[in-house]
Write a protein that binds this ligand. Sequence first.
Ligand code: RP5
Length: 159
Amino acid sequence: MSKFKVAIIMGSQSDWPVMRNATTLLEEFGIPFEAMVVSAHRTPKRLCEFAESAEGKYDVIIAGAGGAAHLPGMAAAMTCVPVIGVPVQSKALKGMDSLLSIVQMPKGVAVATQAIGEAGAFNAGLLASQLLAMHDEELKSKVKAWRQKQTESVAWEVE
Ligand code: RP5
């Protein structure tokens, strides 16, 4: 049983088809996670409760939101647990609004912002796994083996 736990929070149920990509590698590496809807705007008290009790419960937080995507930054403002931000693609501005809302944090509060959409969510799971692997040799071996397999899967020749 893993000694770690990752929280995956998102602004809306509608973010889940993108955010579930963050679970792919966590599941593959056997890292437990909890996925929850926590909206900075619609459920601000839930966000406060979540962030203020995160330390000791979670080792990494993955936070995804779209549009005026204040969730990752506000979570990071309220806890020292590292926050990885995922900009979810919005209908109106294709996720540029989400990206800029998440990436442009003020000096002194950090969010590790990923790419817009599915790749960003997947990489959030990868980054969380790599961070935790620095404290766990067995997990480190699994992450390195996965990376090696990916490298070997890239063909030299174009078909
Ligand atoms: C944000 O607004 C959510 O993160 C979501 O990406 C976006 C739209 O939410 P819904 O109107 O689909 O619930 O808060």
